[in-house]
Design a protein around this ligand. Structure first.
Ligand code: ATP
Length: 567
């Protein structure tokens, strides 16, 4: 027995080891097979994608991303997927949250409140509006991963992929891939063109504003669309007509194709710069915005005071500008581009010592602002003057754009920044004169076309009645014709009456404007201040005139109190 045991023991142990080796071999074989299989699948997929499919990559920091997301959120087919992102925003925080669009899209037209019999009261109107606004339209877009959809009868694939290296808090840093079968990507290009068209058409004639910024620390600066606003008519900007004309005709001349050729033939860099300077609230930004609207140009805003903005980012922002646009650098004096700032501030304090009471208020007001600004500047390195000069007209500076700089302190700017080629036209904005005040008053109280309540106007039209009548018997055609004629006459009389009333109103407002401007001091207040006061009495020009004296006194007292605090 004992012999038997000793004879079988080595054999057993050998077979156990053998089994273990065999098991290990199986595992290795299985793993190798698995890996090879995986590799084969990957390889096959790569071959298919490379040779039998076309793919467009859409990056998050490009506007095409917005086009596509917007288009996608408007596709009923896209919401059929069982994995989707539900949201009330179109795409993400970079896109403008334009509630006007939503109003249009909901297709619900609310009657505006008015005094007519059938018009709702303000309370009724407001209850309906706010009730509706509580329910913002939910939009559905396919979530991260792969999705298949049909476009113009062809199957396409969309892949949403989150960028791995982006920080956790950057929710939307993703890349989109749109693929189609075959090596011809025409269908994808058609889709992207349609997406762009849908997105751009939504803007209509609105002025689109972009802001130079970055979305998270470490990211490069880029231009992000921040809003699209209705254009501001140039006539609503109160400024000497000659100055307005000069500004607009200069820009038009610059944008003319012959000017471009003229510049290029002579080897002159094709750029144009403007400096709008004057106290705060005198209309510098408004003029720039009105010009952008008038010429259908996009507006690119950049705050040079941003701590994070460095020379490289500034250069890349200017490099990314489209050919035709307006770049607005507001308050250039607040950035690190002022020369020998400390010295200038001190010397300007002495040099600009006020000689009369009006100047005194202004100088001290500005001085107060300087203190705050200087505190900020101490902390921030800002953009240097040489960096700014480089992007404006360095060798690698972009061409074709219109640069507008605004400042409250032109005297603080370095002469190098102001030389022709960098600033080709300067426009000084001042406090309101008697004529400006009249213009402001008139623009606030005069009735403009858009002021007429739409609902009331449509109700006045005889269409409803005509529709009702034509629904009757054909034998009544003659009678109907008579009624239509009478309605037409009535409408013409109404129009005449309305025109006469409008004319009377204009005459009355013009007279009141003269009365108002006679009360207001010349060159003491800014347009923003006067506009603010008039808005408080927007329904009663007489009340505005009645309270003008008291308001002037009140504002003077308030300003001198502020001055003494700042002193
Ligand atoms: N000349 C003007 N004509 C019409 N409106 C004006 C004028 N100046 C100021 N306003 C009104 O005052 C407000 C502020 O104007 P705006 O921003 O254009 O002033 P600004 O000179 O750019 O001020 P800041 O120097 O502080 O940037 C706007 O609502 C604008 O309608």
């Amino acid at each position: 027995m004992a012999e038997n045991t000793t004879a079988t023991s080595p054999t057993n142990s050998f077979s156990q080891t053998d089994t273990a080796i065999l098991d290990a071999l199986y595992v290795i074989l299985l793993a190798t097979f698995g890996a090879s299989f995986q590799y084969l699948i990957w390889y096959a997929k790569d071959i298919v994608e490379r040779y039998f499919m076309s793919t467009a990559e859409i990056r998050f920091d490009d506007e095409t991303f917005n086009y596509f997301m917007y288009w996608m959120s408007r596709q009923p087919n896209m919401s059929k997927t069982n994995r989707f992102v539900a949201g009330v925003k179109t795409s993400g925080y970079w896109s403008d949250d334009c509630s006007d669009d939503e109003d249009d899209e909901k297709g619900i037209e609310l009657d505006e409140p008015g005094c007519g019999e059938n018009e709702p009261s303000f309370e009724e109107y407001w209850a309906k509006l706010t009730g509706r606004d509580k329910y913002r339209t939910l939009r559905y877009t396919p979530s991260e991963g792969r999705h298949f959809f049909w476009y113009r009868g062809k199957p396409l694939m969309l892949e949403r992929q989150q960028q791995q290296q982006s920080p956790l808090w950057v929710m939307n840093n993703e890349t989109l891939y749109v693929s189609c079968i075959g090596r011809n990507p025409a269908i994808i290009k058609d889709l992207l063109n349609e997406a762009q068209q849908t997105y751009v058409e939504r803007d209509g004639n609105r002025t689109v504003i972009y802001r130079g910024q970055r979305l998270y620390t470490g990211q490069q600066f880029g231009w992000y669309r921040c809003m699209a606003r209705c254009p501001r008519p140039l006539s609503t900007v109160v400024l000497d007509q000659a100055q307005k004309d000069e500004f607009i005709s200069d820009i038009k001349e610059y944008l003319h194709p012959r000017t471009r050729r003229w510049y290029s033939n002579r080897g002159i860099p094709y750029r144009r710069g403007y400096l709008l300077h004057g106290p705060p609230g005198t209309g510098k930004t408004s003029l720039c915005f009105a010009a952008a609207g008038l010429l259908s140009l996009k507006l690119y805003l950049l705050n040079l005071d941003s701590k994070a903005l460095d020379e490289d980012n500034l250069a890349s922002l200017f490099h990314d500008l489209p050919r035709r646009c307006i770049v607005l650098l507001e308050d250039v004096d607040t950035a690190g581009v002022t020369h020998t700032r400390g010295k200038t501030t001190d010397s300007s304090k002495d040099k600009d010592k006020p000689t009369d009471s009006t100047d005194h208020t202004e100088a001290e007001e500005l001085e107060g602002k300087d203190k705050d600004k200087d505190k900020k500047e101490d902390k921030s390195p800002g953009i240097t003057l040489s960096a700014l000069l480089n992007v404006i007209d360095g060798v690698a500076a972009s061409e074709g754009r219109i640069l507008v700089m605004t400042t409250n302190h032109p005297e603080k700017l370095d002469a190098a920044l102001l030389r022709p080629g960098r600033v080709d036209l300067s426009i000084a904005f001042g406090r309101t004169t008697q004529a400006d005040i009249e213009e402001l008053f008139t623009s606030i109280y005069t009735t403009m076309e858009g002021d007429l309540p739409r609902a009331a106007a449509s109700r006045r039209l005889p269409n409803g009645a005509a529709k009702h009548l034509t629904n009757g018997s054909a034998n009544h055609n003659h009678e109907n014709g008579k009624v239509e004629y009478a309605e037409k006459r009535k409408q013409e009389e109404n129009d005449k009456e309305q025109k006469r009333r409008l004319h009377d109103l204009r005459v009355r407002i013009s007279k009141l404007a003269t009365d108002f401007s006679a009360i207001m001091p010349n060159g003491e207040f800014t347009a923003a201040e006067i506009q603010g006061y008039l808005l408080n009495h927007k329904d009663s020009p007489e009340a505005a005139i009645g309270g003008a004296d008291a308001w002037v006194q009140g504002l003077r007292e308030k300003k001198s109190a502020q001055d003494s605090i700042l002193a």
